[in-house]
Structure formats: C-alpha cells, structure tokens
Design a binder for this molecule. Structure first.
Ligand code: AKG
Length: 525
C-alpha cells in the first residue's frame, strides 16, 4: 500500500508489538480530542447529554449483577461504516497506512489455526469511525454513570484508557478464556475502569458471543483481581483453577445476547469470556475501555506500547506526557473536551472569592459550571462542617463562622474533574483596643482625645463607647477623636474610658486621664 515502508510482522513473542512504520503523512487521530463527525458531532448543548443517561434501575442492575447488556448504541448504518474500516484490518493481504499506530495487534492471539481470534488495541488512532466511537454519547454518558463506585449513578468525567478489536472468523473462530479485565490493568490505579463491548454482528452462543458470570464482580483477592491464567486467551476454563469452592459453585455463565449495534457495560472484575465461533458467520466486536478521571499510573514503564511514559503516581491525562503537549496521547477526557469544543471553555466559578464576616455569621459560598452533568461538591481546608446543596451544575455551601475557620480555603470540585480556584473565609472576632490614645485640654471649656483604630477586616466596622464620669457617647468607626465639654467644668483630672465594640461583641477598654483647669492653660498627658 502506498506510503508504507515495511510489511506488517506480528511478533507473537513480543506481545503483539507492531513493527510497521507509519507513513509520514499519516495523521494520528489520537491527537483529535473531539468527534470528527463520522459517527457523531460534538454536542451543542451539554444539557442534551442527559438524554443518553441510564435510568436509576439500570444503574442499580449494573451494580447488582456487575454488567448491563442490550443497550443500543449504533444504528445499522453506523455499524456498516465501522465494518468497512474493520475489514481492512482483517485482510491479511493489506496493511493500513496507519497500522503502526496500533498499541498491540495479534492476528491470532492463540496461535492455533483452529482457534483464531484477532485481537488488537488502538484502532481509534487509525480510522475516523473507530475514533468517533470513543466519543459517542450513547456510550460515554452511561459510562460516566457506572464507572465510579464512589459515585454510583452520578456523572463523573471519564478518559479513554484504550480500545480493542475482537474478531472471530466463521467456523474456526477462537475462544476468549474466562477472565477479569482488571487482571490486565493493575498498572493503573485505583480500579475505576469500565468496559463497553459493542457487537457489530448478532452474538449467540453458536457464534461465540460474549458471556458473563453474574455477580462475579465481587470476586477479588484482598481487593486485587484474580490472576491471569492464560495470556493467549485460548484455554477457556483455566480460570476455574484459581476459584474458591464458593466461587466455583456460583459460576453460572449467561449469554450477553447482544444484537448488532448493541453494547454491554461491564465491571473491571466481571468474569466474562466467549466460546468458539463454529457458525457460518463472522463475529466482530469492538470494545472501549474508559477510566475515571484521576486514575494514575502505577508503573515506570509506558502504559501501552509506543506511548510516552507517564511516571508512577502521575495521573493519566493527555497532558501528562514527557513531550509536554498532547501528542501520541493515550488519554482523552471525553466530557471535558467535548464541552470545551462546544462552548469555547468550561466556566467554573466560586463566589464570593473572599468573605470577611463576624464570628457567628452564617456564610454562603456558591459555585456553578456550564457543564450541568457535574455533581459539584465543596472541600474546605482546614475542614469545616457545613450544609451543602448541589444540583445541575450548581452547588451552595452554608456554614457558621467561628474563630476556628479563620483563613479557611474553600474550593468547589467536580468529582475527578476540575476544581475552582480557592475562595477564602476570614472571620472577625470582637475588636482589639484602640492604640496611641492621647488627650489634652482644648480651651477653657473642652477637652480633646484622639486614637488610632484597632485592626479590623476589610469592609467590617468597629464602634467606640466613650464614657467620662456618667456621660456616655457612641461613635462610629469613621471618627477617631472626641471633644468633651463638661456641663459644670471643675478643675480636676477627667478619666476617659474608650471601649471598642463590633457585631461580634465588645473588645477591650483603654483609658486616659486629662487634667482640666478652667483657666486657659492646658495640660497634655
Ligand atoms: O470478544 C470477546 O468475546 C471478549 C471480549 C472481552 O474480553 C471484553 O469485551 O472485555
């Protein structure tokens, strides 16, 4: 084929590593983080996404059985488009110019001629139809509801982990041995993964259709998956060797019953597999595997063949590559990027940015985003108890200000998604005393005192209560001096008390004595 420099060689011993050089002018579609319009166009209004959402009953069914089957995701025309591209990969005589972009390509995973299974990873980089499958709201929206055990039914941002092809030719199509997907993915943590298996031909037990073992998503070894018992996928029953008696007794596979254009969604610990295809028909399927945003690399090896290293403990994001930009990326954030494309940018704000309040005031922070699917929540640091309300891309947090929450940072989060800049809460207690209090006799009738106000938070006020003998005067904070003219002036020392006060309570009192003489000479203290 034009532009291809080497013929395809499948080195079985190298785990299906692909040795074809990619044609120089071939565009790697993993650089495109929005649908290309072949199967779907970017959604104009994020509110439309909810029309693809699963019902609560379907979400509950998934968590009860470990899978959900029979969801229509492609029309017949879309299946045809995809199968046109699929055919090129199945043709032994041809090599697609983008073939070298597959992360893995096993023309026959088992290596046995009577048990043929084509298995590949990475077709989303090569053809537009396969690329767009990863962005189909018919699969991405339900996935965002099912992927996170900490947010069942809530819609969390998801990223593409990788995609796969599973194709069984007629008559001698191979088995896929019972396995749990997460056994192959322990290099990524935590386990917030999801598999969507899309049938491109009707699947029956005779054609080697997918089967599930209901409720096996609860089978783990201290939170870890069961071990891989056969990497060639060829030894159908090998997993049974590692099952407990109880698991063995529960091992009752059921067919997924998938029709062409329909998908199943299964849990990363769901035991599944498929028998041989002895029928006269091909059985072709494609698979999308998502991770929840925030899943990180637990290895210092590249996560997939040929992609830049994401160092251990770094989140798997399209930007988390050595190259510093989105290049040969394995990760897309479907929700995030679709919305970016639609509306220019995601707006995500918290208000007010800073609040200055008195002790015991009730304070409310509000945050909002234009991505109405996000279920927002607040994080306070240090942690403060408050009451939160959240719905449709909006949330509010009300809390009672105490002196302990002074300087608290308040951020709003979309779970596993963006976080706002922090807002801050500052709390004013009763004021300090005034400073630099001075006073003197002004003339033969009056005395004068002045002071500097105590520190108080911006926008808050302090009042002064001034008492001289039995006279009392309230002054607001714009005034920092006071002239006192006694009704019956006598020659003596006058004691001025000045107490600070605000909404949080009374502060401390300062005092000064001013000597008074009814002659015009004055004394300054
Ligand atoms: O195609 C098959 O039978 C197996 C597919 C599979 O393992 C999966 O969808 O995760």
């Amino acid at each position: 084929m034009e532009g291809v420099k080497e013929q395809y060689v499948n080195k079985e011993h190298e785990k299906g590593r692909v040795d074809v050089t990619v044609a120089e002018d071939f565009h790697d579609l993993s650089l495109e983080h929005q649908p290309l319009g072949t199967l779907c166009s970017p959604i104009k209004d994020p509110a439309q996404w909810s029309s693809y959402a699963l019902s609560q009953e379907q979400v509950d069914q998934y968590w009860r059985d470990g899978y959900l089957s029979g969801i229509r995701v492609l029309t017949d025309e879309q299946c045809e488009l995809i199968l046109n591209d699929y055919q090129i990969f199945l043709d032994k005589e041809k090599v697609h110019p983008g073939h070298g972009l597959f992360y893995e390509f096993h023309r026959n995973q088992s290596g046995l001629s009577d048990n043929v299974l084509l298995h590949a990873l990475g077709q989303w980089r090569i053809t537009k139809a396969f690329h767009d499958i990863c962005f189909l709201p018919q699969i991405s929206v339900p996935s965002s509801q099912l992927i996170d055990p900490d947010n069942k039914g809530g819609q969390v941002p998801i990223r593409l982990w990788h995609d796969q092809l599973f194709s069984k030719p007629p008559k001698h199509g191979g088995v896929v041995a019972w396995h749990q997907d997460y056994s192959y993915w322990t290099r990524t943590k935590p386990m917030k993964h999801l598999t969507i298996h899309i049938a491109l031909d009707d699947q029956t037990p005779e054609t080697g259709g997918l089967h599930f073992v209901p409720e096996s998503h609860r089978w783990s070894r201290n939170g870890n998956p069961l071990p891989i018992t056969d990497a060639t996928f060829g030894d159908m029953e090998s997993l049974k060797k590692v099952l407990t008696e109880e698991e063995f007794a529960q091992f009752k596979p059921v067919p997924s019953g998938l029709k062409r254009g329909h998908a199943s969604f299964h849990h990363p610990l769901m035991v599944h597999g498929s028998y041989a295809n002895k029928s006269e028909r091909p059985r072709r399927a494609c698979v999308v595997n998502y991770i929840a945003d925030g899943v990180w690399s637990d290895t210092n090896e590249p996560l997939l063949n040929g992609v830049p290293l994401i160092e251990k403990q770094n989140s798997i994001t399209s930007e988390a590559t050595e190259m510093g930009k989105i290049i040969l990326s394995i990760a897309i954030n479907v929700f995030f990027l679709m919305n970016t494309y639609v509306s220019g940018s995601i707006s995500f704000t918290i208000a007010p940015e800073t609040q200055y309040v008195y002790v015991n005031d009730t304070v409310t922070f509000e945050c909002a985003t234009n991505v109405t699917l996000y279920h927002l929540s607040f994080v306070t640091n240090p942690s403060v108890v408050g009451s939160e309300l959240s719905s449709g891309g909006m949330a509010s947090l009300s809390l009672r200000a105490t002196s302990e929450v002074n300087g608290t940072e308040v951020t709003c989060n979309a779970p596993n998604g963006p976080t706002t800049e922090p807002a801050y809460l500052y709390v004013q207690g009763p004021p300090d005393s005034v400073s630099s209090l001075t006073g003197y006799q002004l003339d033969s009738c009056c005395m004068f005192i002045r002071w500097y106000p105590p520190f108080t938070l911006p926008g808050l006020t302090v009042q002064y209560i001034i008492s001289v003998g039995t006279d009392q005067q309230y002054l607001n904070d714009s005034i920092t001096n006071y002239t006192y003219c006694p009704m019956n002036p006598t020659n003596k020392q006058y004691l001025f008390n000045i107490k600070t006060t605000n909404k949080a309570g009374n502060g401390s009192t300062s005092n000064i004595t001013v000597g008074f003489q009814s002659t015009s000479s004055s004394v300054l203290y």
